[in-house]
Design a binder for this molecule. Structure first.
Ligand code: ADP
Ligand code: MG
Length: 264
């Protein structure tokens, strides 16, 4: 299948430190691709380089047929981005946040209203279109961000920990929108998450990054088979020797998991 994203020998150095250390991968059109790794592994740095927010040190990035070195504007038009920290304007309404973004991206004025309505309906926020964003819950803000990310009909959606800190019900809700867009519009998705069970459920393929290097990749089932694990979280632990949510796991639990992974 045709690859819509290809990254080759990508490097990002901060001084002498190699935050992203010679990674290569490709994503076929229409795939949901998960990028997993412990804190500080280099996930956000990779996303920032791919979405033109950060200059790479070296390597190659191609998205939707465009080479990032031959101009960033073309690439930007193909992308939607949802970050962990919402970048909405709290003092504006949901509708106004959508409108500003649409103007920024040059969305056709004639179809603008219709488009905003459709997207707000899609994330079930149309009835709150004239409410100030500061009155929204975390989950509502994330949904609004996703709707906004779709205004310019991107071909690839990047989500950097979009469900961090949200309750399980809201997390499910968000992934069901992403799945729907993937299935109905063939959208390609690149995401990171601290909730490995989310990746196990929705990712077609996973790459695991640790200390700036990709140490494993494959379908969730391949990674589980490779490490003789019952689920992707165990596979992750076996591969990285690390739990992804270190702040939420007690030292005791950590030791238990290490012992389990060792036995295999
Ligand atoms: P992740 O998203 O996987 O948690 P990041 O990509 O944010 O990790 O960071 C990777 C590494 O690069 C970390 O060690 C981080 O401290 C470092 N880093 C990120 N941004 C900068 C920066 N602007 N200057 C120096 N070091 C940075
Ligand atoms: Mg990050």
């Amino acid at each position: 299948m045709e690859n819509i994203v290809s990254v080759n020998n990508l490097v990002k150095k901060f001084g002498d430190f190699r935050a992203v250390d010679d990674i290569s991968f490709a994503i076929p059109k229409g795939e949901i691709f998960a990028f997993l790794g412990p804190n500080g592994a280099g996930k956000s740095t990779t996303i920032k380089m791919m979405t033109t927010l950060l200059e790479k040190t070296s390597g190659e990035i191609k998205i939707a047929g465009y080479d990032i070195d031959k101009g960033k504007d073309n690439i930007r038009k193909c992308l939607g981005i949802v970050f962990q920290d919402p970048s909405l304007d709290d003092e504006l309404t949901a509708y106004e946040n959508m409108e500003i973004h649409a103007r920024l991206y040059g969305v056709d004025r004639k179809t603008l209203k219709e488009k905003i309505k459709g997207l707000l309906e899609f994330v079930e926020l149309w009835d709150r279109q004239d409410k100030f964003v500061k009155t929204f819950s975390g989950g509502m803000k994330r949904r609004l961000e996703i709707a906004r990310g779709f205004l310019h009909a991107p071909q690839v959606l990047f989500l950097d920990e979009p469900t961090q800190g949200l309750d399980p019900q809201t997390r499910n809700h968000i992934w069901s929108y992403v799945l729907k867009l993937n299935q109905e519009q063939g959208l390609t998705v690149f995401f990171t998450t601290h909730y490995i069970e989310e990746a196990e459920k929705i990712a077609g393929r996973v790459a695991i990054i640790d200390h700036g290097k990709i140490i494993a990749s494959g379908t969730p089932i391949e990674l589980m088979a490779q490490t003789k694990s019952a689920n992707l979280e165990e596979a992750f632990l076996a591969l990285t020797g690390n739990v992804i949510r270190d702040e939420e796991v007690s030292a005791e639990e950590n030791m238990r998991r290490f012992a389990n992974a060792r036995r295999k």
